[in-house]
Design a protein around this ligand. Structure first.
Ligand SMILES: NC(=O)c1ccc[n+]([C@@H]2O[C@H](COP(=O)([O-])OP(=O)(O)OC[C@H]3O[C@@H](n4cnc5c(N)ncnc54)[C@H](OP(=O)(O)O)[C@@H]3O)[C@@H](O)[C@H]2O)c1
Length: 276
């Protein structure tokens, strides 16, 4: 039995919407509580396959008129047009949750109406396997009940954290939104380095991949900090210490700070309204 006792409509039934819908159904939300729209037949098929009874169609206005919570899950560049068609159709008082990366609450309010209860969410790609993390932010006017509803929906994709200040969203995006790519890059580099020290390519790739998985799972399943886990595998004068010393000599900490700062700055730039 789920605690979600309201209906949820998704505008856009792509990868992220499918991931959240899968999590909701797994958490016990009844398929009849969920409706999704998407112009792509393949996307609708995939949604249908998650749960018999999920309505998957193309009529945005009908979903907007009936859902208690409306999740906007189209690409950011499609959102202004989508909101223009939804605004007149929306159920009064409906909570709107946008997962579109980089789209500010002020833009959503301008497109949907200033009195719309709004939550902006930033999930990340591991939501696809139920292992995401989502940051949420809402204007002060959004009620605790609506905040709890938004959190309950996004918790289908992993834990959620609330931000007090929307301006932190660009920094969050630089850490957890873009962050999976940093770990994938390190996995690629580790596999390539394995080859460089003589391993066959397939073996190097398997070792790197499973090590990334194992390290992530160890972080998730033990209550130890990353630094403590690292110390536990680093004997003084040993092999790990030799590798870590090279990272330090190369200035890895500064490189990571510069990379995250660049991602944050790019987010600020992309989110700036045209002409500012
Ligand atoms: N994937 C991630 O890791 C991730 C992480 C954080 C945030 N997000 C955000 O989540 C949102 C969705 O991302 P996604 O990866 O799920 O994208 P996606 O797979 O491309 O899904 C978007 C879907 O919406 C459909 N669509 C377009 N216009 C529509 C309309 N007017 N009405 C209904 N459906 C419409 C698209 O169809 P067409 O292909 O025909 O356009 C597509 O099937 C984006 O705003 C993104 O910024 C994604």
């Amino acid at each position: 039995m789920s605690t979600i006792d309201f209906s949820i409509g998704f505008i856009g039934g792509g990868n992220m919407a499918a991931a959240i819908v899968r999590g909701l159904v797994a958490a016990g939300v009844a398929p009849r509580q969920i409706s999704v729209t998407d112009p792509q037949p393949a996307a609708r098929e995939r949604i249908h396959a998650i749960g018999d009874g999920i309505a998957a169609g193309t009529d945005n206005a009908t979903v907007a008129a009936s859902a208690d919570v409306l999740v906007l899950a189209v690409k950011p560049q499609a959102l202004a047009d989508v909101c223009a068609t939804l605004a007149p159709a929306r159920k009064p008082g409906q909570l709107v949750v946008s997962i579109a990366a980089g789209v500010r609450l002020a833009s959503l309010a301008a497109w949907l109406g200033a009195d719309t209860p709004l939550v902006r969410a930033m999930p990340n790609q591991p939501a696809l396997v139920g292992a995401g993390i989502t940051a949420l932010v809402a204007p002060a006017s959004v009620t605790p009940a609506d905040r709890a509803r938004a959190a309950a929906v996004l918790e289908a994709a992993g834990p959620v954290v609330w931000l007090d200040d929307e301006s932190l969203m660009d920094a969050v995006t630089a850490v957890s939104g873009s962050g999976p790519a940093y770990f994938y890059l390190l996995t690629e580099l580790l596999a390539a380095a394995g080859q460089a020290v003589g391993l066959p390519p397939a073996l190097a790739a398997t070792l790197a991949r499973q090590t990334a998985f194992g390290a992530g799972r160890t972080l998730a399943e033990t209550d130890q900090e990353a630094a403590a886990l690292r110390a536990a595998v680093t004997s003084p004068g040993g092999t790990t210490a030799a590798a870590l010393a090279e990272f330090e000599r190369a200035g890895l900490a500064a490189i990571v700070t510069r990379a995250v700062t660049a991602a944050r700055d790019r987010g600020v730039e992309l989110g700036r309204p045209a002409g500012h």
